[in-house]
Design a protein around this ligand. Structure first.
Ligand code: NAD
Length: 242
């Protein structure tokens, strides 16, 4: 049983934080999970998880991960794009070309490579389609204390989510985004003052556990959200209210 019983899911960024919490929650809800990450071997040891090492900045590696998933399992129902980096902490005037390009390569282009591969795989599923969930950030919705490239890449993810949702609706594929507020993962700044400033942006004045974000992702993955597409759900403790 479970809310994802019989479903196959591919999750990027699966070896840490929000991605890892989503892997564990999906398995608990009955899914088989393909865990894609630079450090995919960290998800070893669960017989319902297939770890696949890939760098989402390289389209051939992303395509190879999907080929592996489709060779191993019969079809693909859910994709979660959680691989991401926050990038260099520096004043705008000091950011290098590489600082900007690196964050866009992982957060935006990497998400595109995976969305494209997901659509190719899911179009074969008709009429059941599939559900794609892109992890954006509250930094795409409001001012957030990170340099320009992070909110730029995450806002790009929201635009892509809406565009692709419209293009693949007739295939029965849904595409939505989750825009988390501060969440307790290795990505949160370690400096206590910076950390407090980020965490206290929401009226709840706390950070989320990765499991709380996984709950929102689970909803969008499951058939309970069948009437949601092109939407952004933002679990953020009341930082951005809309
Ligand atoms: P995390 O650092 O714990 O996990 C990110 C994972 O992505 C890591 O396992 C890492 O190896 C993987 N990854 C990074 N670059 C990759 C690449 N090129 N190819 C494949 N895998 C790669 O961070 P997290 O907080 O769990 O972040 C998950 C997502 O949530 C990210 O997209 C992040 O931007 C977003 N997010 C996080 C927060 C937060 O406060 N932690 C808030 C909003 C959004």
């Amino acid at each position: 049983g479970g809310r994802l019983a019989g479903k196959v899911a591919l999750i990027t960024g699966a070896a840490s934080g929000i991605g890892l919490a989503t892997v564990l929650r999906f398995v608990a809800e009955g899914a088989l999970v393909v865990a894609v990450d630079l450090g995919a071997e960290r998800t070893n040891g669960n017989d319902r998880v297939l770890p696949v090492a890939a760098d989402v900045r390289e389209s051939f590696q992303v395509d190879a991960a999907y080929e592996r998933a489709l060779a191993e399992f019969d079809g693909l129902d859910v994709v979660v794009n959680a691989a991401g980096i926050s990038g260099a902490q520096a004043d705008i005037a000091d950011l290098t070309d590489e600082d900007f390009a690196e964050v866009v390569a992982v957060n935006l282009t990497g998400t595109f490579y995976s969305v494209r591969a997901a659509v190719r795989a899911m179009r074969g599923n008709r009429p059941t389609g599939g559900s794609i969930i892109n992890v954006s950030s509250v930094g795409a919705l409001a001012n957030f204390p990170l340099p320009a490239m992070y909110p730029a890449s995450k806002a790009g993810v929201l635009g892509m989510t809406r565009a692709v949702a419209a293009l693949v609706a007739s295939d029965g594929i849904r595409v939505n985004a989750v825009a988390p507020g501060a969440t307790d993962t290795p990505m949160l700044p370690s400096d206590p003052d910076v950390r407090r400033a980020v965490v206290e942006l929401g009226v709840q004045r706390r950070s989320a556990s990765p499991a709380e974000i996984a709950n929102t992702i689970l909803f969008l993955a499951s058939d309970e959200s069948a009437f949601f597409t092109g939407q952004t759900l933002s679990p953020n403790g009341g930082y951005v209210m809309h």
